[in-house]
Structure formats: C-alpha cells, structure tokens
Design a protein around this ligand. Structure first.
Ligand SMILES: C[S@@+](CC[C@H](N)C(=O)[O-])C[C@H]1O[C@@H](n2cnc3c(N)ncnc32)[C@H](O)[C@@H]1O
Length: 342
C-alpha cells in the first residue's frame, strides 16, 4: 500500500486466508475510520484457501497472490520457509450458533483441519504461529476439544498463549469475540509476549452508526418486504427473532450467513424509519474494520457477504500482530515515504 520500508521483514504463511482479514492486519499500512494502522514488519510469502470467490477478492487487494487450494493438498516441504504461520482454521463445527447439525468439534472433518496447521509447524518449525477461532472452541466437545488442540500444538514444539478478545475493545464496531492462540518455538519469546490491552473501553467504543451508509437507506433493494416482516412478526414472540441493532453500540457479530439474511434468523439487521433493512456488503466490510479501499466487487454480493463474514477483523489482527512485534524486538519498518492511503 502507501509506504515503503528498508528493514527486513518476517515471512508469513497464511493457511485458510479467505479474503485476507488476518493478512491485511498483520501487514498493516491501511486506514480505518480516519486512523492509520502502520505498516508492520511482516510480509506474506504464501497464502491459500479453497474458496475461489474469497481468493478472487484476496488477489484483487494484495500485491502478492494467494493460491486457491485445499490445504489438505499442501505438501509442507513444498511451501516457502517462513517465520510465522497464520491460520483462522474453519470454525463451523465449533460454533455455538451451529446447533443444527450439533457441534461436533474435532470429530467433524472440518474440525480436523487444524491438523494441517500442525503438520506445517512440525515440518517448517516457524518461530511463531497465530491461530484464530470462535469462542465456542473453548467449550466444544464438553470442553475436551480445546486442550486437545493445544496439546497437538505443544507436541509440534510450541509454547502456547491464548486469549478470548472482543473486537469492540480494539476499535472495531462489532462485539465479535474470537480466541487467538499464539504459539512460540522459543521459550524466551513466549515469556516476553503479552496480548494487547483493550484500546477502546465502554465510553470510546466505535458505534455502528459510524459505519452505516445512509445512501443505502434510499434504495428499496436493501429493505425487507412487508411479507417477510409479517412472517417474522408471527413467530417473533416465540422465537425472539428480528435482531434490530442499536446504532449507538458496536454491532452484534456478523457471519457468513449475511448472504442469506432473513428476519427469522439471528443475524443483525437495521431499523430505518420503522422499516427493517439488511446491511450492504460494504457496510459488512466496515463492521469488520476493512478499509474503504478494500475491493469487494470482483465477485457477486452473496459471495462478498460470505467472505467478509468469515474474515478476522483486520484492526483486531493488527493489534495482535503489533503485540508480537513489541515482545520479540522485531524491528518496526522504517517509513520512507507516507502517501495518503484511503
Ligand atoms: C474463518 S475463515 C478464515 C478467515 C481468514 N483468515 C480471514 O482473516 O479473512 C476459514 C476459511 O477456511 C477456508 N477453508 C475451509 N476448508 C478449507 C480447506 N479444506 N482448504 C482450504 N481452505 C479451507 C474457508 O474457505 C474460509 O475462507
């Protein structure tokens, strides 16, 4: 993006890269709500995801390119050497909202995909790794899945810190809670690392109204039909549906379901002048803290919602990646030239 640097950067491999929320966050050098998130001393040298729509978005936003590939087909010896492995491994099987089918955790095929990260760690032994997942990971399989996963990472040779972080406490207009697992090959690094402290507590949290596009209020396309509203009202009392968001607060968690948002679901919606409205894909990206300059329009709106709903908020990731810089005395890039970045 806008800055160039002289210092050496740590090399990053990103598995399950999606549209690149983690990757943008770790590289830095982007703007969100008038704030610049500085370039960090990391560069992505290899990235892969099997969703071709997410990778199309990724490839239209980064200079380097990711591969559209099933991570189970990756041969660890064939990927570039790297210092950090990233993996927001698929979370559907751990999610509390995934009641139907029931939460299978690590017994589900998708719940086993973190083993692909373990395989790469065993072979490549990078200095760090960062894993990300839903809060439900901590309680999945009656609390057995998480210690088992940590144990597998330890057996690969890593010391583990983990923490549940709430995005809204880091300047993201969303209450999204995610577990970050940070692994260290060296005990010294492990000993020095501290998770970032919340930067935006109650009074200063970013409000949903700060990222709403009022132009969308003028377009019928984004409003639910009277039929959908009547249908929802019939079942609402029984089912507590119709999740209208408070514009004065950060938004509830958005997910890939936004592609199929309905008033009978649990997904957040807006109420504008007494009418129910869904978010536009751009608003979803804003809620996830992607910069305005992040290009979405290379795929259909449904595919944009899916990729964005799956992403790690770049601003949250930036804070975690910056904490890693602080602990490990990696040199911050020297900014040579600072252009305007949108
Ligand atoms: C939680 S999302 C990752 C989000 C991404 N790290 C980001 O920050 O934008 C999980 C991703 O895993 C991908 N995925 C699921 N199964 C996969 C597989 N077998 N091989 C590669 N990618 C897979 C999905 O397409 C999805 O993009």
């Amino acid at each position: 993006m806008g800055e160039t640097t002289r210092n050496k950067k740590l090399k990053v491999t990103s598995l399950f890269c999606g549209c690149g929320g983690m990757d943008l966050g770790i590289q830095g050098d982007f703007n969100f709500l008038g704030k610049h998130f500085s370039e960090l001393p990391y560069e992505v040298v290899y990235a892969a995801d099997n969703d071709s729509y997410a990778t199309a978005i990724y490839n239209s936003n980064f200079k380097h390119k990711c591969e559209t590939k099933d991570v189970r087909d990756i041969i660890p010896t064939e990927i570039p050497d790297h210092d950090i492995l990233l993996g927001g491994f698929p979370c559907q099987s751990f999610s509390i909202s995934a009641q139907n089918p029931p939460r299978l955790g690590y017994k589900d095929e998708r719940g086993k995909l973190f083993f692909e990260m373990v395989n790469v760690l065993k072979e490549k032994q990078p200095r760090f790794f960062i894993g990300e997942n839903v809060k439900g990971l901590l309680s999945a399989n009656k609390g057995k899945a998480f210690p088992m996963i940590v144990n597998e990472f330890e057996k690969a040779g890593y010391h583990i810190h983990y923490k549940l972080l709430n995005s809204s406490e880091f300047g993201v207009p969303q209450k999204r809670e995610r577990v970050f697992i940070v692994g260290f090959r060296e005990f010294d690094d492990y000993f020095k690392f501290r998770f970032p402290q919340p930067s935006t507590l109650n009074g200063s949290k970013v409000k949903l109204k700060q990222v709403i596009d009022t132009k969308a209020d003028l377009d019928d396309k984004w409003f639910f039909s009277q039929r959908a509203v009547d249908g929802m009202l019939r079942v609402r009392e029984k089912m507590n549906k119709g999740r209208v968001q408070d514009l004065e607060q950060p938004c509830n968690t958005i997910s890939s379901h936004l592609a199929k948002v309905s008033l009978n679901g649990t997904d957040p919606v807006l109420m504008i002048d007494g009418k129910y409205r869904r978010f536009t894909p751009r608003e979803a990206a804003n809620i996830q803290s992607f910069p305005k300059s992040f290009n979405l329009e290379v795929v259909s709106e449904n595919r944009q919602y899916r990729a964005i709903g799956n992403a790690v908020p770049p601003v949250l990731m930036w804070h975690v990646a910056n904490a890693l810089v602080e602990c490990c005395s990696v040199e911050k890039p020297e900014v040579v030239k600072d252009k305007n970045v949108v």
